[in-house]
Structures are given as C-alpha cells and as structure tokens.
Design a protein around this ligand. Sequence first.
Ligand code: ADP
Length: 481
Amino acid sequence: MTAPFRNLIAGEWTAASDTSPNVNPSNLSDVVGDYARGSAADVDAAVAAAKAAFPAWSRSVPYARHEILKKAAAEVFARKEELGRLLAREEGKTLPEGIGEVTRAGQILEFFAAETIRLAGETLPSVRPGVGVEVTREPLGVIGMITPWNFPIAIPAWKIAPALAYGNCVVIKPAELVPGSAWALVDILHRAGLPAGVLNLVMGKGSVVGQRLLEHPDVTAITFTGSVGTGRRVAKAAIDCDPMKKVQLEMGGKNPLVVLDDADLAVAVETAVNGAFFSTGQRCTASSRVIVTEGIHDRFVEAVTARLSGLVVDDALKAGTHIGPVVDQGQLDQDMRYVEIGRAEGAKLAFGGERLNRETEGFYLQPALFTECTNDMRISREEIFGPVASVIRVKDYDEALAVANDTPFGLSAGICTTSLKYASHFKRNSEAGMVMVNLPTAGVDFHVPFGGRKGSSYGPREQGSYAREFFTIVKTAYTLA
Ligand code: ADP
C-alpha cells in the first residue's frame, strides 16, 4: 500500500474525498502512489487561503522571498537523482532526461530567487510642470495554474517561481496523470518557509478542479499549458468571468526542422532524431515535420533510419534506454491512430510505428518515421504528441521556408545549414516564437523567453525576466512635488 498524497490547502496537507493511482507507464503493475483527487470545494478553500495570504505576502521584503526560493532550489539540486527517478517513473522520460528536467526546475527557482531583488521600475518627468511620474510593477493577486503531464516538474516550477518571486499567491492543479513531481516541488517550497496559504496544491481532474479555478471570481489570473482545445476553453472561461482574468496560454506545436543540401549530415541527423523522438516525442517543441531539400534527402533519410534502428526503446529507469514509453493508453492509441492515418494518406512508413513488448507491461512504441509526406496531410498538420515524424521533400530553401511557415502553429522552428545567408534569412523570416540553427527545435534555456506565435501561444511569454509581463501589473503614479 502506498500512502495517499494529500493536497496542500492553507498550509495543511488536506485529505480529499477521493484518490487516484499514479501508474508507471514502463510497468503498469508499479503504482507510484495514490494522489488526492480534489473537489470544487477544495479549490474554494485553497483560493480563500491564497486571498487571505496575499496582503502580507505581496508586501513582504523581496529578500525574504529570495531566501525561500533559494533554499527550495538547493533542495531540488540536492535531491535531483531521487526526483529525476520519480519523474521518470511517473511520466516515462528516461532517467537522464528526468534528472535533466529536475535540474532545470532547480535552475528556474534559483533564477527567480535572484529576480525578486531585481524588479525595477521607472521614473520620468511629467509633461506638466512640477509633476513626477513613477511606473512600478505590483503582483496580481491569486494566480491559478493548470499544467500538463509532459514536463511534470519544469512547467510547475516555471509558473510557480515567478508568481511567488513577484509577490503573488498560487493555487496549482497539476496534470492528473503525473501529480508526483508537482507534489514534491510544492512540499519542498512549503518546507522552505512559505507562509500558510501562499502556495496551494489541489490535484485532480481538469473538468472539476481546473474548471472551478477558471470560474472562481477571486482568481485574478490563469496560466495554462496544454492542448489547443482546452486552451481555448480556458481563455473563454477567463473572459466570461466577472471580473475578467488575465490569461496566458502555452499550447501545441507542429515544429518544422529544415535540412538544407549544405547541412553537415551528422549534425542534421542528430538534430532531427533528438528533436523528433527524444522524450518519446512528447514535447510541444518536438520536430514533427522534417523538411528536406532534394539534394540531401535520400542520404539523410538513410542515415536517420540507421540511427533509429540503433535506439533502445525500453523501461525509462533502465540504464541504456534511449526512449521511454508513451505516457498512457490514451496517448498510445492516438499515436497508433496517426500511424494508420499516415499510411492511409499515402505516406511511406520508412521506419517503426510498431507496438513493442518489453520485460514489463508498458506503453512501448517504436519511433515512427514517415517519408514521401506532403504538408497538407493530417500527419503534417495536426499535433500528434508522440514519437511520429513526417519527412517532407522540397526543391530548395525558398520552398522549405514556405512549407515551414505553412502551419496553424508557431512555437519553435529549426534549420540545419552551414550557410550564414540561409541561417540569417530563416531566423528573420520564420513565423515561430523560437528559432534554432543547427540545434533541435526542442531543448531551451531557462533564463530566456519561451513561447510561440499563431495557434501555439496566447498572452505574454514565460520564463526569464520576460515572465514579469504576466506575473506583475504596472502602476503609473503621478506626484506634484
Ligand atoms: P494534455 O492532457 O494533452 O496535456 P489537456 O489540455 O487535456 O492537454 O490538459 C492540460 C491540463 O488542463 C491538465 O492539467 C488538465 O487536467 C487540464 N484540463 C483539462 N480539461 C480542463 C477543463 N475543462 N478546465 C480546466 N482544465 C482542464
């Protein structure tokens, strides 16, 4: 028996009326733990606690917030192996990927610890004689957070850390599939010295806990990462609320990686394989469309296929595993359905796409590489969110750029080339929020803005000092001296 993990409400670990099991996708007989499944009433209690904590927390000395975030960062770093193992066990990332994500969460906490004492305003002369103008930033109030399953600790960290750093209170609802890493992060922050009610955790279903957060009039702002469909619902609910909520959405991607004839073949192959298939392709920044000019196309496909056949798909915790399992049955069904859709659309399955059996029962899928794809096929337009990529053959750079930008999304885009001319042109003309040259579309730094354009994102950027745009509100004060 595993002890039920409780919600954190008003500084107390609070039992919910129901729990749900957190199951290891590498081994379905392994239950990571039973986690609370909260109710709308739990959300109401958490929001009330956050609202009550806000006046004191928002006026606390920034250095006190600095010390709490720094202490939490130190514990995350000290426990990165253990927390990386928990993450790999509940989500299916490989152990090195899990440890890498935990390290990133620690770096984010450390970064925002420093930001607490760096938040600056402006003073300007007025256009009126004797009057001065000050522009300052203030916290918003209670921030509701709804996070997805694919980065179970990094995404909660990159929302919680700036919210707290700038003096906001938080109610977070992590994805029901992977609550363990978020629970551990909240536990660390709580023990680092946060006053009761400043950070509340309500685990449970999106349709219950998430929905109540969206409707609650005392939630000032909502930051969401997840699918486009849910994101649209979140935005509508935030606007229908009285008062309306500030909203930030990070959603899907169908990220292009362009490979030009002049690319270094080895770099292009590693970039494509890493970007498309590592973390089981379950990244919103994954390179799911690989757009290749005809001079290098056949050599590239041959080399990628050879590289894929050498990758080990197995238990996320086993040494030597390159690609862990798909996160759950629903996602596996979706991936397999898209493999069938690709075949039916006339794309050629050049590698993989088969369900795999391993020592333990889990959601193992061979990475699937489609070639002879066109950009109007469903497999090239819709986000699959699994280890499935389309290779699209094009004539030249101009066609590659046009195909890269022909998508409803705009999160990340990459190019492999040795030409400064094409790299510079692509950086300027790509319609994506993030552009990579000779680097995978996935894999970003923690101290610079993260976000996209078109259907991928809505509202201000996350991460780095740009996070203040969402997590603070500007005040303009006039004084007659
Ligand atoms: P995915 O599961 O593919 O990451 P979702 O958009 O379904 O994407 O889920 C992202 C987050 O949104 C999860 O925490 C989920 O529980 C939550 N969620 C799902 N439906 C709703 C809803 N109707 N209202 C609020 N949150 C929701």
